[in-house]
Design a protein around this ligand. Sequence first.
Ligand code: G16
Length: 557
Amino acid sequence: MNNQQRSLLLEKSSLFIPPQGVKLSYGTSGFRADAAIMESTVYRVGILAALRSMKTGAVIGLMITASHNQVSDNGVKIADPSGGMLTQEWEPFADLIANAPHPHSLVQLIDDFLKKENIELEGGKAAVVLLGRDTRPSGESLTEAAKQGITSILRSTPIDEGILTTPQLHWMVRARNRGMKASESDYFEQLASSFRCLLDLVPQENCNKDINDKLIVDGADGVGGDKLCILKKMFTDLCIDVRNCGSGVLNEGVGADYVQKEKVAPRGFGPADVGIRCASLDGDADRLVYFIMPSDSHNKIELVDGDKILSLFAVFVKEQLSIILKHDGMVEDKSYQPTLGVVQTAYANGAATDYVKQLGLETAITPTGVKFLHEKAAEYDIGIYFEANGHGTILFSEPFLGWLERKNDEVSTKAKGSEQEKAVLRLLAVSRLINQAVGDALSGLFLVEAILQHKGCTIHGWNSLYHDLPSRQLKVKVVDRASIVTANAETVVVKPDGIQEAISAETAKYPKGRCFVRPSGTEDVVRVYAEAVTQEAADSLARAVAGLVNQFLGPSS
Ligand code: G16
């Protein structure tokens, strides 16, 4: 690094000294903590983003959000050129620079990394970093810190896109790097046109079927509600009532995380909503769950979670694919055999995993965190991934999309108006509607709505695809959650010694019991998940295992 660059880095970084005694790590969704201690971290991630842009010669994204966490927290994560999460290879460097105690150690780390990665600061392409933030009050000042970080590297430009959902920023990065139109209105237009295309292809017999009067959406008092209000104006055929649009406290008694974990209705929903199709977004709109308020509810809901969304998508995609592969009567098209796979985590309800297996689909399981699921799903021609918490999407491989386009040309001349042509058009529309960069609550919501309409199916019909095994999730505060180390996609604890044996012995007491524990990547807690044949049994197993976590790790004071 030349002297000009060194002095610039020393001068600017001296304004962003990390708080003493704080050690952060780039977790399942970047860095997250109380917003009051995030400034130096965000500044340093700005530096990393600029370097990543230079290394790849592409536009990089930097999102300031703490998603489902409480409003006083904030966080920062990077979107790679594909629009996906930062390559895991750079995470150790992120940890190192975030925790470098003073400007000189920071500059030394950067210098070493430049050499190791062969990054040329003077030649090559200049860096461009797109910035987005959610609605948290701390977002504005943290965006300034990120800009200072980016401009601490010579020839680097930040582009501030303002308040966005996390998936919008990922989508924009991907679109820009593919030379496509990439503004927010382009995003809305792409969703609107592909959704409309799917509605135009709804089978005649389901066109006028009243699948339900309306959809009510809980916006978590975050960014998603506002964006949905813009989007819904583009559709006259869908009646959406958006609630919790920012007048209350972000994520407090609202949002997909709250609804999914507590299994209760969010603030602002009441007896008048019984039986209606309801959905909930999380704070940065990258998660989506549906729910129904039953008539006998004491605020308890019937949850239609990420597993059910995955199942609905899997049924639809498989159906359309088999229509395409069977043409000229019942002869299978052997010219191309696309692979279709489903990716879940250990949180997937046992009944959901059984259901997708019964569909005859290949299933895989990865650790929690979209970066893991996304990577696995990308191995298939069509990879459908969802976490039970509502984070997921469908990925289409380039070769498969090329094949679909060719099929489209073929059938539009030889089989115009055929079922095969419609199925090709539907899958092409799905590939444009559903976010190819990351899980996206808004695009997921419109795909759910289109499929329900296509099938003439109510939320009740959808919810009865299979019946969830009762489950319970608990959080345990411990002294050091990092002392829990897991293996086998988080289904087994390998440290501390003896805890897994104790968990297994406890679980064995419950028929069809299943239980695992893992350190959260976004909150300072250990999470416990338990499943059993009755709710009482699942609750009791979860409580017993939470007790074991306390016993082995010591409760936090
Ligand atoms: C983030 C990740 C999700 C993951 C969740 C888990 O969600 O993006 O893939 O499921 O964290 O959180 P934890 O490790 O605390 O259980 P989000 O919506 O908070 O960005």
